[in-house]
Design a protein around this ligand. Structure first.
Ligand code: GLY
Length: 439
């Protein structure tokens, strides 16, 4: 099978591995912005160019005569890549531009939840005047989040009390977003633990992947600025220690209703990944964001325990017969290594990796934003590469990664040590018990 892949991050390297690992029938054609050495190693043919140049991307895949194309990031989906590919007779797994508004227009997503689904959202206001924004902030006792309505790579959300220090600062940020986008989203600040619930959707079935928790802040203990995600863990049972079965069920039913509603609204089957980013609160799980693609790093975790090659699932994903997907009962931890100064002011550094030694230690590399050079690599501005380990528990996987990192000549690259750590996970369980008890 000739499979196309769009994207060049750690998530897309994980997809490339899942497509080609132990499946000699797959020929991979990869379209990237910058060449990712991990994807290059898996691919038969590569091309580079802007991911939102939807006609350029389509031209490459027409020439490659792909059977089906997988699209990793949100930007080409929002730019209508699936629609353009379909118009040229190319099959793709991914939502159309109208469906991708779930992620690319947060105001639309919030209205869909309030007006159509009827539950699962925090109090919110889509404001286009500063006076409305000021009233919302005042009415919520300064407990608010200020969000851009469009795509920001996970870095646009600011919360009063964490990365906004006063109502005046929140209003100034809201004004800047209104100047740029014409509107801004203000939301009640949610207290709880976040989790990621991703699912395969084939237009007929919705099949869940293991729950994951992403660590979004740059430093241990959730300190520092927001990032695209510094690492994630999953557990062997596919759940998370702080999520009760009934809470999972509530989140799952919400995601099912979102898909049913978007399909009814667009009159198109939703074929792709839906990724609900939830906050587990005293009132149960509420949707923080609805993403129309695999999470990054979450894809690195869940695809590593997929009990089949992704290539063998693709025909079922395409024709609406993907009724079941199985995952191995193993825990996973991924940790991104990032350049010094990331995310505000990344500095370029040279570093080396001994890939075969890491594999011998049971630690896998998923490359992201970096530039190979003689004898090593240079960092670029974004997350550099992820290390992944599988074990019986997240703590064991985390420890294995830490042991490997100790021996690496990383020249200042930074990572979070606490992703998957047993004490950190126990503290999350206690915190959720306290939050539930207040209700
Ligand atoms: N893990 C955050 C994201 O993929 O948006």
């Amino acid at each position: 099978m000739r499979i196309g892949l769009v994207g060049d991050g750690g998530r897309e390297h994980a997809i490339a591995v899942a497509l080609t690992y132990a499946d000699s029938t797959v020929e991979l054609f990869a379209y990237m912005h910058q060449p990712n050495p991990g994807i290059v190693a898996c691919a038969k043919v590569i091309a580079t160019g802007p991911l939102t140049d939807v006609h350029g991307v389509a031209k490459f895949f027409q020439k490659a005569k792909t059977d089906v194309i997988l699209i990793g990031p949100e930007t080409p989906l929002a730019a209508g890549l699936v629609d353009v590919l379909a118009a040229k007779g190319l099959a793709a797994v991914g939502p159309t531009a109208r469906q991708a508004r779930l992620e690319s227009d947060k105001g639309y997503m919030r209205r869909l939840l309030r007006e159509r689904v009827g539950r699962g959202y925090p109090d919110f206001l889509e404001a286009s005047h500063l006076s409305e924004a000021a009233a919302f902030i005042r009415d919520h006792g300064n407990q608010v989040a200020v969000k851009p309505v469009g795509l920001t790579g996970g870095k646009g959300v600011r919360v009063l009390g964490t990365n906004l220090s006063s109502a005046e600062e929140a209003l100034a940020y809201a004004q800047a977003l209104m100047n740029r986008d014409g509107r801004v989203l203000l939301e009640e600040r949610l207290i709880g633990e976040e989790f990621s619930l991703m699912a395969f959707s084939d237009g007929q079935h919705l099949v869940p992947m293991p729950l994951a928790q992403d660590f979004k802040y740059v430093y241990d203990g959730d300190l520092g600025g927001m990032t695209g995600g510094m690492g994630a863990y999953t557990c062997a049972d596919g759940l998370l220690p702080f999520v009760m079965p009934a809470e999972f069920q509530t989140a799952w039913e919400l995601l099912q209703d979102v898909i049913a509603t978007i399909e009814a609204d667009t009159q198109e089957p939703y074929r792709g990944v839906i990724y609900g980013q939830f906050m587990l609160t005293a009132k149960g799980p509420l949707i923080v964001e609805c993403n129309v693609r695999f999470g990054d790093p979450e894809a690195i975790n869940v695809l590593a325990v997929l009990d089949d090659s992704l290539g063998r699932l693709l025909p079922h994903w395409m024709d609406g017969t993907l009724s079941e997907v199985t995952f191995r009962p193993q825990a996973t931890v991924s940790k991104y290594l990032v350049p010094p100064g990331y995310p505000e002011s990344s500095r370029e550094v040279f570093f080396q990796l001994d890939l075969s030694h890491l594999e011998e230690q049971g630690v896998h590399v998923r490359f992201a934003s970096l530039r190979p050079t003689d004898g090593g690599y240079y960092t670029a501005s974004s997350r550099t590469f992820a290390l992944l380990a599988l074990a019986d528990s997240p703590d064991e996987a985390s420890t294995r990664i830490e042991e490997a990192i100790t021996a690496l000549p990383l020249n200042g690259l930074h990572h979070r040590r606490d992703v998957g750590d047993a004490e950190v996970l126990a503290a999350k369980v206690r915190r959720m018990e306290e939050i539930r008890a207040v209700c």
